[in-house]
Write a protein that binds this ligand. Structure first.
Ligand code: HPA
Length: 273
């Protein structure tokens, strides 16, 4: 067996020794977006530091633990805090927890993130359901020997985000009176926010929002056949007339303010999965 499969086996065995139920829905919570947990009946929490072969998060606003429990009648597994490529982890380390989730039983992955808006219709605090992604500015996490046990060498990416889930989320948002944009998310490595010219270029290339996470997680999930749904909170506007400085604090603040809308949509979406 490969080193990867061995490590995954050990990680999964450890987690199952701490939590006996099978989660079917995985949720990755982005920067400043941890409140969904308050809606859960929490059954178990495991800090990343205790999990064999898990990397450890270093970014402010990421608490770093797996949370198991029930949400809207489903067994869910929440990653509170994720790993970013800009922290110095390899693409395969960044996505390791997604592989673990699948091996624990997760068939649907819901992802949230904070992102910079480039579509002129967007305002700070808006939500955008991700319809498609551009991952070419990041390192593909599947580079290297293929783990045939997990998925094919050349995975299809014609539907990275499940159309049925997108449509359900749009119906839910409408019922809740929440304005939900849809658009293309482009992944970048960070940690710099983009220059004016870079935001403009990314928009011309077809992206509506830009962020430093998600695309690698989506690739690894799709490799294994996991259905994915993702939503961005627009925390800053990359393209605008006035002076354009962006800080991490501003991003976290905007995410926190928009969070109740995100939580409401995700909760109802979990119910209908
Ligand atoms: N660019 C990249 N990543 C981000 C941004 C941004 O403007 N906002 C939040 N994450």
């Amino acid at each position: 067996m490969s080193d990867l499969m061995n490590s995954l086996g050990e990680t999964v065995q450890f987690i199952q020794s701490r939590y006996a139920n099978t989660p079917t829905v995985g949720i990755v919570l982005g920067s400043g977006l941890g409140n969904l947990v308050a809606e859960m009946k929490v059954e178990q929490e495991i800090p990343y530091t205790e999990i064999p072969h898990f990397p450890v998060s270093t970014v402010k606003g990421h608490s770093g633990k797996l949370i198991f429990g029930e949400l809207a009648g489903k067994k869910v597994l929440v990653m509170a805090g994720r790993f970013h490529y800009y922290e110095g982890y390899s693409a395969s380390e960044v996505t390791y927890p997604v592989r673990v989730m699948k091996m624990l039983g997760v068939g649907t992955l819901l992802i949230s993130n904070a992102a910079g808006g480039m579509n002129p219709d967007f305002e700070v605090g808006d939500l955008m359901v991700i319809q498609d992604q551009i991952s070419l500015f990041t390192v593909n996490p599947l580079i290297g020997k293929n783990a045939d046990e997990l998925g094919p060498r050349f995975p299809d990416m014609s539907e990275p985000f499940n159309k049925g889930l997108i449509s359900k989320a749009r119906t839910i948002a409408k019922e809740l009176g929440i304005n939900l944009h849809k658009g293309v998310y482009v992944g970048v490595t960070g940690p710099t926010f983009e220059s004016r010219a870079e935001y403009k270029m990314l928009h011309i290339l077809g992206a509506d929002a830009v962020g430093m996470s998600t695309v690698q997680e989506v690739i690894v999930a799709r490799h294994m056949g996991v259905n994915v749904f993702a939503i961005s909170v627009i925390t800053d506007l990359g393209i605008r007339e006035e002076e354009n400085t962006i800080t991490h604090e501003e991003v976290l603040q905007a995410a926190r303010e928009a969070e109740p809308k995100l939580t409401a949509i995700l909760k109802q979406l979990v119910q209908v999965i």
